[in-house]
Design a protein around this ligand. Structure first.
Ligand code: T3D
Length: 268
């Protein structure tokens, strides 16, 4: 049976905005929403008209993480039932979503409009640029229900803020206000709540007119750099630069500079 979309989708020029739309539960992830969001991103990855994606939430929250009342995770009332295997939920839904965000051919912006908890926080932190409204907050809520930071959290947090702060966030599970998240380097920028949507859209429009193929390659190289030694990182830079140098965007960027005009980038 076809499920009702649990997100909203709109496109303005080359900017696709996906809005998690379960405001009554602070946009907590059901298995349906997780699958729908991944499918929307899959479609955007294939759609040449999309050159930047914004992910945000409807209502007063960004995303409260896993919906704890979802049949996939809710403990059974019958003690005779075997416990649910949460790993299957991760493999089936969170892993494909986290990988999808991280491999998009275009930049992905999280516009965090309120609380981002658990996997909701880590979905946002996996995006390329994280903007937050001043009243937004980030909570590694896993600590309170006996789990580890998932949806990429164990990988993302130490890289973003270092081990000591990552452990602070993960073990204490306290609400981190957006301004503190910015101060510790967890996110890009905090803006007034009323300016968040417009700021995110302006940033997305700007990125959509930029050489997005090079941006996706920059993300890829940053992500793999921690696994490489310096020599290998330099080699990878050379290989990638070769490929980009054969692309139309490079020609266009150089020609536009020399001709003193605004470049029009098209590669994806
Ligand atoms: O099994 C697994 O869990 C595997 C997957 C793991 C990935 C994860 O994401 S684990 C982390 C799951 N998320 C949480 O533990 C967060 C739970 N929520 C909260 O701690 C709080 O709601 C917040 C701190 C996020 C916000 O607090 P507050 O006071 O602003 O709002 P509220 O009143 O608690 O919530 C508003 C409504 O949203 C409320 O419903 P009601 O009473 O008005 O009908 C609340 O039940 C609902 N809601 C919030 N979070 C969730 C949720 N419903 C289902 N699941 C949620 N995660």
């Amino acid at each position: 049976m076809q499920q009702e979309p649990q997100y909203l989708s709109s496109q303005d020029g080359a900017v696709l905005t996906l809005t998690l739309n379960r405001p009554q539960a602070l946009n907590a992830f059901t298995s349906v929403l997780l699958a729908q969001l991944r499918e929307a991103l899959d479609a955007a990855a294939e759609d040449a008209s999309v050159r930047c994606v914004v992910i945000t939430g409807a209502g007063r929250g960004f995303c409260a993480g896993q919906d704890l009342s979802d049949p996939y995770v809710k403990p059974s009332d019958d003690p005779a039932d075997a416990p649910k295997d949460i790993g299957q939920l991760l493999d089936g839904f969170y892993v494909p979503l986290a990988l999808r965000v991280r491999s998009m051919p275009v930049p992905v912006i999280a516009a965090v409009n309120g609380v981002a908890a658990g996997a909701g926080a880590n979905l946002a932190l996996g995006c390329d640029l994280v903007l937050a409204g001043q009243s937004a907050s980030f909570i590694q809520a896993f600590a309170k229900i006996g789990l580890i930071p998932d949806c990429g959290g164990t990988w993302l947090l130490p890289r973003l803020v270092g081990r000591a702060r990552a452990l602070q966030l993960a073990l204490l599970g306290e609400k981190l206000p957006a301004a503190e998240a910015q101060a510790m380097g967890l996110i890009y920028q905090v803006v007034a709540d009323e300016d968040l949507a417009a700021t995110a859209q302006a940033l997305a429009q700007r990125l959509s007119q930029s050489p997005v193929r090079a941006m996706a390659q920059t993300r890829r190289l940053f992500d793999q750099a921690g696994l490489l030694d310096f020599d290998e990182a330099l080699k990878q830079e050379g290989l990638t630069q070769s490929q980009l140098g054969f692309g139309d965007d490079y020609q266009e960027g150089v020609n536009a500079f020399l001709q003193k005009r605004k470049p029009v980038f098209k590669d994806r």
